[in-house]
Ligand binder design. Sequence first.
Ligand SMILES: [Fe+2]
Length: 192
Amino acid sequence: MTPTDAQTWIPMQLEELRLLLLARGHAQYTGEPVNHLEHALQCAALAQRAGAPAALMTAALLHDIGHLLDGIRGTPSLEGIDDRHEVRAAELLSRWFGSDVTEPVRLHVAAKRALAADSRYWRALSEDSRRSLALQGGAFDAAAIAAFALQPHAAEALALRRWDDAAKRPGRVTPTLDAFWPTVRVCARPDA
Ligand SMILES: [Fe+2]
């Protein structure tokens, strides 16, 4: 079964996660010059080029899957909604993966909040990313940055966030989803 654009779709099997990306990845990443699948593939490709381990490459590929669960609609941030996509994604991914995949995903918004304390980083964010940052609570203060840095996988989340921000270039050539999928499967639990 393949999800239609309008359905809420919670994948129950790892293969359904791949189908979800293929079925809904054509949707434009609103406010960005790429679609969801292009963004995911570019993020994974940047992780691969940086020599990231398989788990972090998998996290990079799947970090925004939370945006695709509810069907394709408008831009949540324009409606003043923080869709908490990082939490939903991490919860979903915990069906198949360990914390080396789920935690960088769960923390990739916190990583943006930590990085946004640097005004140069904030200025370089896309308009939608700035809008969602405000809804997500804005830049961290020094105490919040220190607390974030103590969390397991914070360093991986910061790396993922940098690739995430760079993974919005139209026309960039990347490996296909099928090319990345063996890496995803290697990271998954044997019964996935
Ligand atoms: Fe992203």
